[in-house]
Design a protein around this ligand. Structure first.
Ligand SMILES: CC(C)(COP(=O)(O)OP(=O)(O)OC[C@H]1O[C@@H](n2cnc3c(N)ncnc32)[C@H](O)[C@@H]1OP(=O)(O)O)[C@@H](O)C(=O)NCCC(=O)NCCS
Length: 144
């Protein structure tokens, strides 16, 4: 992700979340040393079709945000973004990846389960807009 991608990212963000991030938060991630903000781009149109943001700090990898253009879902883009994150984490020899997800978010939970993430904990009232609980899901990466 570059600063110039942020308008395309915001277009997806606003259509994907009830409490979307503001554009300034994406700009901050682009500038942050330990953040990995990554976009998936349609080769034909050059448009942003999805993105993931994850942090690698010491021995942890934390996924902060992932979304795919609503018109481009169920085409494997989300899975490709998640696999990219895992590749980076493995290359950096990070032992595990974790994330928070709304307990009502079935598509995302299905994606994470398919990729081997398991329930790891609960953060009560984590989402301040709806007071919904967050499920913490994690994947432990075995050294191969
Ligand atoms: C979650 C999200 C990123 C998935 O992106 P996607 O590109 O549609 O996902 P993929 O096409 O790569 O799907 C991979 C797997 O995820 C699961 N999955 C994805 N969408 C699903 C849905 N609507 N229902 C059930 N399972 C789903 C399936 O197991 C799927 O594998 P399959 O196609 O072989 O069945 C997308 O739905 C999204 O942007 N949601 C809104 C933002 C969001 O909630 N982000 C997560 C915050 S924690």
């Amino acid at each position: 992700m570059r600063h110039g991608d942020v308008p395309g990212v915001m277009d997806i963000e606003k259509r994907s979340f009830t409490s979307p991030w503001g554009a300034h938060l994406f700009h901050e991630e682009v500038d942050r040393d330990f953040s990995h903000p990554v976009v998936a781009v349609d080769e034909e149109t050059g448009r942003v079709v999805g993105y993931i943001i994850f942090w690698v700090v010491y021995d942890e990898c934390h996924i902060l945000n992932i979304a795919v253009d609503p018109e481009r879902r169920r085409q494997g883009i989300g899975e490709a973004l998640m696999r990219h994150c895992e590749e980076v984490a493995r290359a950096k020899r990070v032992p595990y990846i974790y994330l928070e997800v709304r307990e009502s978010n079935r598509p995302a939970i299905s994606l994470y389960k398919k990729l081997g993430y398991r329930f790891f904990g609960l953060r009560r009232g984590y989402y301040t807009d709806t007071k919904e609980d967050a499920l913490v899901m994690a994947k432990f990466l075995r050294r191969e």
